[in-house]
Design a protein around this ligand. Sequence first.
Ligand SMILES: NC(=O)c1ccc[n+]([C@@H]2O[C@H](COP(=O)([O-])OP(=O)(O)OC[C@H]3O[C@@H](n4cnc5c(N)ncnc54)[C@H](OP(=O)(O)O)[C@@H]3O)[C@@H](O)[C@H]2O)c1
Length: 328
Amino acid sequence: MSVHDAYGFYTYFLALIGLICLFFIFLDTVWNFLQTAHAILEPYFLPNEPQTLVKKYGSWALITGCTDGIGKAYAEELAKRGMNLVLVSRTEEKLISTAKELEKEYAVKTKIIPADFSTGPEAVQTIKKGLEEGPPIGILVNNVGKQYSYPMYVGEVPEKELWDIITINVGAVTLMTRLVIQGMRERRRGAIVNVSSGAECQPLPLMNVYAASKVYVKHFTEALRHEYSRYGLTVQHITPFFLNTKMNEFSNRLQETSIFVPDAATFAKYAVNTLGKVDHSTGYWAHGIQHFFANIPPVWIRTKIGGQINKGLRRDYFKQKEKKTIQD
Ligand SMILES: NC(=O)c1ccc[n+]([C@@H]2O[C@H](COP(=O)([O-])OP(=O)(O)OC[C@H]3O[C@@H](n4cnc5c(N)ncnc54)[C@H](OP(=O)(O)O)[C@@H]3O)[C@@H](O)[C@H]2O)c1
């Protein structure tokens, strides 16, 4: 082969590799687009009617972190669809008032179990005891989660706060799943809903450990589905972006409800409709659009953008703090 022929051969060879790569990038983008469209449209046009979830999974749902924000809104939406509720959260008084509210409004049964997930297996033992005499859990919503009190560099975050984030975000979802999944497998029905976060999509400076803990939730959930879907179980992975809840109190911009920062009730109304229909969803249509576009740039660009956004939110926190100090 002459030098000229060899040059031609390598040019064609590299062009072929380039074309194959482009083909896979194109396929991936089309696939992501179709998945996003499906996750947005299907629940919108085919909402979960009352009793559908009860018939499919059983009549009791357990929700962790259910006295505020997303957890409380999930509890309401499930109650609207006729599910009885086991309510698990840290503060007993808040649990009692949430249970009363739901029983009165939706004529469902409730059971409360106060437990603090920052204590790790101790909390899960308390819940295990609380469930010894039933009811069997048909839907588990692993919602409880802890975020930084405001965007910080790792060295600034109090040790206890970091440990709590890991214990709650990683530990609770794992042990709560283990607690109920064997029963679901034996009954051959049940749903596990794991609430992750858009923070799972790339490394996230200034919310580093929170984001890393949500990557765990994502991988745990996806692998769990592979292990258990053969027994008829639904394992759903939910990836919300920013919501207007107490978790984001550090920034006044995130305390203003908008299309892209919905309140928890709007979010859950939509998210519960995705249950049993799609394995992965952001839970809310506008977050689906955000998720699609946010995942197009390469990871290193998204990491930089994420870091910049969090620097802005950190500034919000310090401005708010300064204003409060002046007012006090
Ligand atoms: N808000 C967002 O922008 C957003 C975005 C993406 C993902 N998420 C995820 O969504 C989930 C819910 O977030 P949220 O914004 O709804 O939170 P939230 O408004 O702060 O509510 C937290 C709930 O969890 C309970 N809780 C807190 N610490 C607990 C503990 N150690 N043990 C037991 N219960 C505890 C709280 O009740 P007590 O006060 O009684 O303890 C409350 O009911 C989290 O997993 C979060 O990571 C949120």
